[in-house]
Design a protein around this ligand. Structure first.
Ligand SMILES: O=C(O)CCC(=O)C(=O)O
Ligand SMILES: [Fe+2]
Length: 338
């Protein structure tokens, strides 16, 4: 497949969370600057060890190596939990991403969505423990973003309370299929088509060597669906969590913080691109359904967590319908995530 992608060398800010309590104002300033200009940054010294991340990746590999007929007993549904394979169609491409993913939550949306202990021993406990660690890092970042916007320190933490059953936060494990570099990539093959996340803040874990993530600058309002065409590669580095602002925080900051388009590039050139399997994990911080969302400048009308997500899904669906109409293709249904 011809590759005419344009690249720019933007650097992704790296922000260390060491000595968090005593450095909170310095960290807040760094996070706010990164959120205003890039929307993407990597955090280090966040308190989750490389081994702990690798343990969850091992659990993900174990899950995905199960036969499809077992994974399909916990199918993805509109509750934003469960397993899907080559079923998520992005409005940017009009095609299904060539991957499988499994989404877990803390609350009642997971009823019937865990595989049994006999099928995958220890998996549920391992995954929930890892999710709580991600929540701990998220809480630190939420404290800083609340400070940066002039809210009280606990403001965003209260709105993303994972102890309440109406929390919508998700850990998504992803597996992109290995490709044969000797076989030309079929037209319309995408690993993950370009998109912005609609959550508050995403924590993305990548495995060193399994590259492909790219980001695209430029978006003025969270309601826009524009895409630029200049990309920047975000290489996986052990110990780093790549974080991106989602549409929810963009809206909640009156568009001050940027939710940035990103994708997982389809390998095209055997000399430079990675064709092997890619595993990644995304922790999507999602609000409690009843929390009230409005920025300090009140740029957008107040909505609840539930209304915000419903509107995001509707926007996604409308963009997909528009794409399908422009491609004059069939009847694909979107899978709603993040
Ligand atoms: O796999 C990745 O690196 C990106 C995944 C992603 O952007 C998503 O699932 O929203
Ligand atoms: Fe994403």
């Amino acid at each position: 497949m011809a590759d005419s992608t344009k690249y720019s060398d933007r650097s992704i800010p790296k922000i260390s969370l060491h000595d968090f309590e005593s450095r909170i104002d310095e960290i807040t300033a760094e996070l706010v600057a990164a959120a205003e200009s890039d929307g993407f940054f990597a955090v280090t010294n966040h308190g989750i060890s490389v081994d702990e991340v690798e343990q969850q990746f091992a659990a993900a590999e174990q899950f995905f190596s199960l036969p499809d007929d077992i994974k399909s007993t916990v199918p993805f549904t509109h509750k934003n939990t469960g397993w899907e394979k080559a079923a998520q169609i992005r409005p940017s491409t009009g095609k299904a991403d060539q991957k499988e993913s499994y989404q877990m939550q803390y609350g009642s949306n997971m009823d019937g969505k865990w595989l049994s202990e006999e099928t995958i021993p220890g998996f549920k406990k391992q995954s929930l423990e890892f999710m709580h660690k991600c929540q701990g890092v998220s809480a630190k970042l939420m404290t800083c973003f609340a400070r940066g916007l002039g809210f009280d320190d606990e403001y965003f933490i209260r709105a993303h309370n994972v102890e309440r059953s109406n929390v919508q936060t998700v850990l998504r494990m992803l597996h992109y299929f290995a490709m044969d570099p000797m076989v030309p990539v079929p037209e319309g093959y995408y690993r993950a088509g370009a998109h912005a996340d609609w959550d508050f803040l995403t924590l993305l874990f990548q495995r060193p060597g399994q590259s492909g993530l790219e980001i695209c600058p430029g978006r003025e309002a969270f309601t826009e669906f524009g895409l630029g065409d200049t990309w920047t590669k975000v290489e996986p580095v052990a110990g780093e969590i790549v974080c991106n602002i989602g549409d929810l925080l963009m809206s909640w900051s009156d568009d001050r913080f940027k939710s940035t388009f990103h994708r997982v590039k389809t390998p095209a050139d055997p000399a430079t691109d990675y064709f092997g399997p890619r595993y990644s994990m995304a922790y999507f911080n999602q609000p409690n359904t009843d929390c009230e969302i409005q920025g300090p400048l009140k740029k957008y009308p107040m909505v609840t967590g539930q209304q915000f997500n419903e509107a995001a899904m509707k926007r996604n669906y409308a963009a997909l319908e528009a794409k399908k109409a422009s491609m004059a293709v069939g009847t694909a249904q979107p899978v709603a995530v993040a």
